[in-house]
Ligand binder design. Structure first.
Ligand SMILES: [Cu+2]
Length: 257
């Protein structure tokens, strides 16, 4: 079963954070470019057609309030169509581009139904429980492998919460009786960059009571081999410490076998 969780690296996957960073950069760059062109062109025209105190030329075709400048089919109409056309091309391209990427963020990378690991996240006042496919539960620290698609099924056992990590750019409603799905993935390069173990802050993004602001958790990403070792260990741990529940609310039931 563990083997089926392993994913090949370098299959062209992109993390949500990477996709959002790219969208942000493209919009920022294009917005800046268009802004610079529009402002510069406006200023240049204001300067060129400034009132120099002289008489208007005979062929001066002043704009009339309430009328579109037709320019009698001349250069003005061309400019109008050019600016409309360019704006439309820029906007439509951005919509198509962003929509495609957001669909990917929504659906996640294709794993052919294999290799992704689904973890149930249950929010409560005030913390998070994680239920692994083998029946193991963790509280507040979610330990996952690098280079894998981690699917989360998020729910709650009391009030509305919202499970998310700003650094990983994902968020999901945590609502009693309902399940929200989201996913994330962390590359082994990122794990290496953080010194062999990557950690990310988890927060509750829905005001849920007096302990809301302290409702933190942590996602710990291990290299795949280390994670497998850890995961295999959880099974025996659970069998050994069946009576040793460290959950003071008595909810340490390790079902699912
Ligand atoms: Cu909460």
């Amino acid at each position: 079963m563990i083997d089926s969780l392993i994913l090949q690296q370098g299959s062209g996957w992109r993390a949500q954070a990477e996709v959002f960073d790219e969208i942000f950069f493209v919009f920022l760059a294009l917005g800046t470019l268009v802004g610079v062109v529009v402002v510069a062109y406006t200023l240049w025209n204001a300067y060129k057609y400034r009132d120099d105190g002289g008489e208007p030329k005979d062929d001066f075709d002043a704009p009339v309030v309430g009328e579109l400048p037709t320019g009698q089919g001349g250069p003005k109409a061309k400019k109008l169509f050019l600016s409309f056309g360019l704006s439309a091309i820029v906007v439509i391209s951005l919509v198509v581009y962003a929509y495609g990427l957001l669909l990917y963020v929504e659906e996640g990378p294709d794993t052919d139904g294999e290799g992704d690991i689904e973890i149930v996240v249950e929010g409560y006042q005030f913390g998070w429980d994680y239920l692994y496919p083998n029946g193991h539960t963790e509280t507040n620290e979610l330990v996952v492998p690098a280079d894998a698609r981690i699917d989360l099924a998020v729910t709650s056992r009391d009030v509305w919460h919202n499970f998310g990590s700003s650094e990983l750019r994902f968020k999901a409603d945590s609502i009693p009786g309902e399940t929200s799905h989201t996913w994330f993935s962390v590359t082994s390069e990122e794990v290496e960059a953080q010194g062999g173990e990557a950690t990310f802050l988890v927060e509750c993004f829905e005001l849920c009571g007096s302990g809301h602001s302290a409702m933190d958790g942590q996602i710990t990403v291990l290299p795949q081999d280390e994670w497998e070792e850890w995961y295999e260990g959880t099974q025996t741990d659970d069998e050994d410490d069946d009576n040793d529940t460290d959950n003071d609310d008595g909810n340490g039931d390790e079902g699912g076998d």
